[in-house]
Design a protein. Structure first.
Length: 318
């Protein structure tokens, strides 16, 4: 889930959730803004929702939990966490939380205690995800790795997920448990357990930079690009939404989510977009006048949208 962007995003500006298009419905969003002192001084990075609808957020202050009533911080001081600086996050069906630390260690929190996974043969992990069988997948400099809670399996490839080539921004498992990796350079990579496929999604994407990947409720893969909008898999190729339908300021898609009504939600460099298949909706917060990058989004069990930004965390009531 989007590692390089989180490390580089050190901007503190106000939030305007913006979108516009030829087919546009603009409406004020009902929202909550969580901007406690911890968010003011410590950027949030990524978010997941557990089986009890708790929100878990990685940050520069540790692992944050919101149970819809109060915030709890799990860090070195409060819970003997291995690190206070956490980036990518993934969660399995038993609510075990996996996080990637600044020192490139992979840690696990089971709700009460921390453990550090043995990764001595894994060099440079960059992104995490959990598949439908509760296996943890890790993209690293020299390949892809799977952890089944007992042992690691290595899947080597000529593709190197390094800073300069195929940096793994986000990973996700599709309905067939194939792993999709949105790369900072080098396109979109798929691994089905045996075969590797590197998709050249669109030649207009600058430097082949893909920031996000998502799978909708029907199993279709969507990928968000830098400066080129969003693309939807159709057959063996990808079709882009018309570029003139997405404002240029919102053409970098950092995160993708889908609600129960089949609406697509996109966290962009300038705010939040909603697309129902034909109509784009703008969510505006009138007290602010400048956009802030949305780093990651998650949709909870009541279909509300949670947006992690450099200006705290927002809940948008759907």
């Amino acid at each position: 889930m989007k590692n390089l962007l989180r490390r580089l995003t050190f901007i503190f500006i106000s939030l305007l959730l913006v979108a516009c298009s030829k087919k546009e419905n603009t409406e004020p969003a009902l929202f909550d803004h969580y901007q406690r002192e911890i968010f003011n001084e410590n950027l949030s990075n990524d978010i997941v929702v557990d089986s009890k609808n708790n929100k878990w957020i990685t940050s520069y202050a540790g692992l944050l939990k919101y149970d819809n009533q109060k915030w709890t911080v799990y860090n070195k001081t409060s819970s003997n966490a291995p690190s206070d600086t956490l980036f990518d996050i993934a969660i399995d069906s038993k609510d075990n939380i996996y996080c990637l630390t600044m020192s490139q260690k992979i840690v696990c929190f089971d709700g009460s205690s921390w453990s550090t996974l043995s990764t001595k043969n894994i060099y440079g992990p960059t992104s995490l995800c959990v598949d439908h069988n509760d296996n943890l997948w890790v993209a690293a400099y020299y390949g892809l790795y799977r952890f089944d809670r007992t042992q690691w399996t290595s899947f080597q490839t000529t593709i190197q997920f390094t800073y300069s080539n195929h940096w793994a921004n986000e990973m996700i498992a599709d309905n067939d448990n194939a792993i999709w990796i949105a790369c900072e350079y080098g396109g979109l990579v798929k691994f089905d357990g045996t075969n590797w496929t590197n998709f050249n999604v669109n030649q207009d994407v600058p430097n082949g930079i893909y920031r996000s990947v998502g799978v909708d409720n029907t199993g279709i893969v969507w990928v968000g690009a830098m400066g080129a909008g969003v693309f939807k898999k159709q057959g063996n190729s990808f079709t882009g939404l018309k570029r003139d339908e997405i404002p240029s300021l919102c053409n970098t898609i950092n995160s993708i989510g889908f609600d129960k009504s089949q609406n697509c939600w996109f966290g962009t460099e300038k705010g939040l977009l909603k697309f129902d298949g034909s109509v784009w909706t703008s969510f505006l917060e009138n007290d602010y006048s400048a956009g802030v990058p949305i780093i990651s989004i998650a949709i909870d069990h009541t279909d509300d949208i949670w947006a992690v930004t450099s200006n705290g965390v927002y809940k948008i009531f759907n």
